[in-house]
Ligand binder design. Structure first.
Ligand SMILES: Cc1cc2nc3c(=O)[nH]c(=O)nc-3n(C[C@H](O)[C@H](O)[C@H](O)COP(=O)(O)OP(=O)(O)OC[C@H]3O[C@@H](n4cnc5c(N)ncnc54)[C@H](O)[C@@H]3O)c2cc1C
Length: 361
């Protein structure tokens, strides 16, 4: 891959990097170790700063977005609240909102083509949805989301369609918040005789499965580099600590065992980044990138887990404590080996391409 960054890309990345280090990290020293939000006045102030810097609601290409996503996650809350959202503001200024993805169901998430049981039946000028979704992140705060439902029982994956669902539609219900590794949660939602206008269907009838695959391939790139961001920060902390912590009369950094951990961290970070940028560059050029996006998801989520684990080890007891962000990242990164498609499923996607086989109906 040939990736020469333009001067503009370098400037954007440098500005975001400086902002995260100088504005976000110092504020985090005062926050709860598991915080996902800033004090409202700090949030407003920082949004004002990103606006002034021309970095609010950036309209950039896929490669730049990927570079920026890694930078934005280089702080304590970087995995699930990159830069606390201060680089984006929604129309009308409302917080929360966003959109959810309703694909996985209680019957399974790895193989949605077979597992989806949510049903959409046409009734005159409306679609009527019944069913439920599990693990739907953000459905409790979103204004709307995309729900995948079966419109034809005979057609397998070609019988799945996508619908835009406003969360205030009668029949939509958040059944419960599902707590996962502390302090993260997701939701279970249900649809009971939920009526949607015909225009709520996205794309043609039966195009939902292809749409879901396309969405996942795109989403996996920022999902992957978000993990790299905390891995970079973890290594930065570990390098500093190894230089200053003295045992048996010498800094840890003089020990080969520690040096090799730091080298392995760098290998995990650079290989993950390279493949993620390759996926982003291919996506930008309109070339197939599903294989690379799956590989990036796998390498970055698993690699960042190893990086954080090694960095914790270098910190000894301090690494286990909430005085440092490692234990938070350790929990959050574990989720990332399942969310957005588990590691095994990324291997399934890649194996199918290597062997040139489809996935059946
Ligand atoms: C915190 C969190 C947030 C999530 N957010 C969302 C969301 O917003 N929207 C959404 O739609 N889903 C979401 N998910 C669901 C996630 O995508 C699914 O959990 C995932 O796809 C796996 O589905 P499953 O849990 O049903 O496991 P299963 O499909 O039952 O699989 C169980 C295990 O078997 C493995 N496995 C399955 N098939 C194979 C195979 N062929 N070969 C080898 N191993 C295999 C899987 O990798 C997995 O480890 C979220 C999950 C979590 C934990």
């Amino acid at each position: 891959m040939d990736l020469e960054l333009s001067d503009e890309q370098k400037l954007i990345v440098a500005n975001v990097r400086r902002f995260i280090r100088e504005e976000i990290r110092p504020l985090e020293r005062e926050l709860d170790p598991d915080a996902y939000t800033l004090q409202p006045e700090d949030h407003e102030r920082l949004v004002g700063m990103t606006e002034e810097m021309g970095l609010l609601n950036m309209q950039v290409d896929t490669v730049t977005r990927t570079l920026v996503a890694e930078e934005m996650s280089q702080h304590n809350a970087g995995l699930y609240a990159p830069a606390y959202g201060v680089f984006s503001r929604r129309e009308g200024g409302a917080e929360g909102g966003g959109g959810f993805l309703g694909l996985s169901e209680p019957s399974g998430g790895s193989d949605p083509a077979r597992a989806i049981q949510t049903r959409a039946v046409r009734d005159g000028d409306e679609w009527v949805l019944n069913g439920s979704k599990l693990w739907t992140s953000g459905a409790d705060t979103a204004d709307s989301g995309i729900v995948y439902a079966r419109t034809d029982l005979e057609k397998g994956r070609a019988g799945i369609s996508a619908f835009r669902v406003p969360t205030d539609t009668p029949g939509f219900r958040v059944e419960r918040l599902v707590q996962v590794l502390r302090s993260h949660y997701t939701t279970e939602i249900s649809f009971t005789d939920m009526r949607l206008p015909l225009q709520a269907m996205l794309g043609g009838e039966g195009s939902g499965f292809a749409r879901a695959n396309d969405t996942l391939s795109h989403n996996r790139i920022p999902y992957a580099v978000g993990c790299l961001g905390v891995a970079v920060y973890a290594t930065e902390l570990a390098v500093d600590w190894a230089k200053q912590r003295v045992t048996f009369g010498e800094p840890l950094a003089n020990r080969q065992a520690i040096q090799w951990m730091l080298v392995d961290n760098e290998i995990d970070i650079r290989t993950g980044r390279w493949i993620a940028l390759d996926a982003a560059a291919k996506a930008q050029r309109g070339e197939p990138f599903r294989f690379e996006s799956s590989m990036a998801k796998l390498l970055c989520t698993e690699g960042a887990g190893r990086v954080v684990d090694r960095s914790m080890q270098i910190f000894g007891g301090l690494g286990m404590s909430k005085d440092m962000p490692f234990e938070r990242w350790y929990r959050e990164l574990r989720i990332r080996r399942v969310g957005e498609g588990p590691s095994e499923i990324q291997r399934v996607v890649m194996a199918r391409e290597i062997l040139n086989v489809g996935s059946g109906s």
